[in-house]
Ligand binder design. Structure first.
Ligand SMILES: [Zn+2]
Length: 104
């Protein structure tokens, strides 16, 4: 049983001190009005062999859980990263629009 999830929307939250934003959830269905999948759920799913893909402005990327937020000094954990083929985190690119956005 290995599923591929296509992430179409992300939840981006501003850190309490306002210094940066981090990615804390993903949705896979446009019509889904419920809560997003959390980093914990994504991590568990990946452990079971599933993969989470997304596309950011035409670039195919992988959604991966990270033990903690990559921002220095931030203790938010777990977090999620959107990585392109070269391992670059595209969060800043995605986050430039709004707190919740479609990425297709
Ligand atoms: Zn953070």
């Amino acid at each position: 049983m290995s599923a591929v999830h296509n992430v179409i929307r992300v939840r981006i939250e501003r850190a309490a001190d306002g210094s940066h934003r981090h990615l804390t959830g993903v949705w896979v269905q446009e019509s889904d009005a419920g809560p997003p999948y959390t980093p914990k759920q994504v991590a568990e799913s990946i452990r079971e062999g599933e993969t989470w893909h997304a596309e950011v402005d035409g670039v195919a990327v992988q959604v991966e859980p990270t033990a903690s937020c990559p921002y220095p000094g931030c203790d938010m954990h777990p977090c999620l990263a959107i990585l392109d083929r070269d391992g670059r985190d595209l969060l800043e690119h995605v986050a430039s629009a709004s707190s919740e956005r479609n990425i297709y």
